[in-house]
Design a protein around this ligand. Sequence first.
Ligand code: SF4
Length: 534
Amino acid sequence: MDELVLLGDEALALGAIDAGISSAYGYPGTPSSEIMEYILEHSEKSGDIFASWSSNEKTAYEEAIGVSFVGRRVLVTMKHVGLNVAADPFMNSALLDIKGGLVIAVADDPGMHSSQGEQDSRYFAAFARVMCFEPRNQQECYEMTREAFDISEKFHIPVMIRLVTRLAHSRAVVITSPARKPNILEKTDNTRGWMLLPALARRNWVSLLDRQTDFEKYSTGTDYNPLTINPDFREFGVITSGLGRNYYDEAKLELSSVPSHLHISVYPVPVDKIRKLAESVDKLVIIEEGCTFIEDYLRGYLPQAIEIAGKRDGSVPLTGELNPDNIRGVLGLSQREGLKTDIELPGRPPQLCQGCPHADTYAALNEARESFSNSIVTSDIGCYSLGALPPYNAIETIICMGASVGTAKGAAEAGFEPVTAVIGDSTFLHSGISPLVDAVACNTPMTLVILDNGTVAMTGGQQTIMPSSKLQLLIEGIGVDPAHIKTITPLKKYHAENVEIFKQEMNYKGISVIIALRECLETARKNKKSGGSK
Ligand code: SF4
């Protein structure tokens, strides 16, 4: 046994390593990136795990299914909105006969610190009808990940582990257990559980529904969902999940009576325990991080008469993160004194680094746009999203990975001109290729600008899946006319030349691509420090 100080993400990663994984896949995304980074570092040193970033979350998940099919344990990682991209294989994998343990770690971002939405991944697990673990501290990140692999193999389902930003990115001591050797199961001869032909899928669907009672039995019996009843206090009982438990534990020290309490870490929700708690109290208080997941379930299982206080009635904030202060009111505690300050801190909006190549690209694009009476620039997810803010004010849309290309195509085909889409190299490879194929098929009059800095800069400088040298070949291969694929160097000294190239291609009545090629400064600095290219 070792004692290590780990981030929640790292504790989860080590849990997977010690559970005996053979492989790990993922796509970077805050706050999940450090899970794969920890495994990649381990894999570089020990060589016993195949670990790799993938083009996107969907390909990562499909690669993981392949590992599981041949009997090995595998972890796949992503952020919450990444699960939207992997939703197709994830939902369908619930109907597969999972063999080697398949665990999907999804990190949600309540409060949207670095995300375009606040969705709660527990709904996805419930939608797929699979089990979900929600740790409340780093030790549970480690232990639950190990447990999740056993559960995946026991019930032949993928299992989700849901983290949130504050847990993923905070450190605590973790006590580890002896590592387990990689599990190598035999490939089965009966592969009918892997083929979702309608007749077989119907059978698998019924089997998945039949197994729900086993999942519920597990979640009712596990110590991860502890229930304590205080028969002397009926006024209210408390249900917590995830980090909500930590805030509640702190607040309850000030309560005159300790309420009956159920903590839920494993889903599906333990219905019997919820009913037992509800019978012992007059009101239920729900403290959960994210959406109203548990609260909504309760309303279906409990008599209407019982009062529920939580996010739906405004007793707990419906958006953003929980914290030790914003759950005090629902417990009948007044706000703490002495924590407020009169000092007004100035706003510090995020900014591109000084000298970032994107700044020079936007300067040239903005000047080129001045020659048109009206124009639109769609954009995407990455550091370059900051081009929406002053002093650049260069882009007008940000939706989801790859959406800049499709939305530009639609706007152009509706008759608007000129239309320009701006996307990073990694985001293009993630999900910008397919809409470019569509644009080539229609020879849509639009210009795609690929900001190629050779890295996934916004999430910490992970390596782009394909080197810059291959990007031009890929775009030619898709069918863009080589005469309208231009590469520019976004530097001040080339500004006038770059403006001209933008103007020419924005005037072209077909699909054109401009690659703005220059290394991210932050990645260049890191590479120099480590003595070479990553
Ligand atoms: S990290 Fe790189 S891409 Fe991001 S703002 Fe800084 S220099 Fe630009």
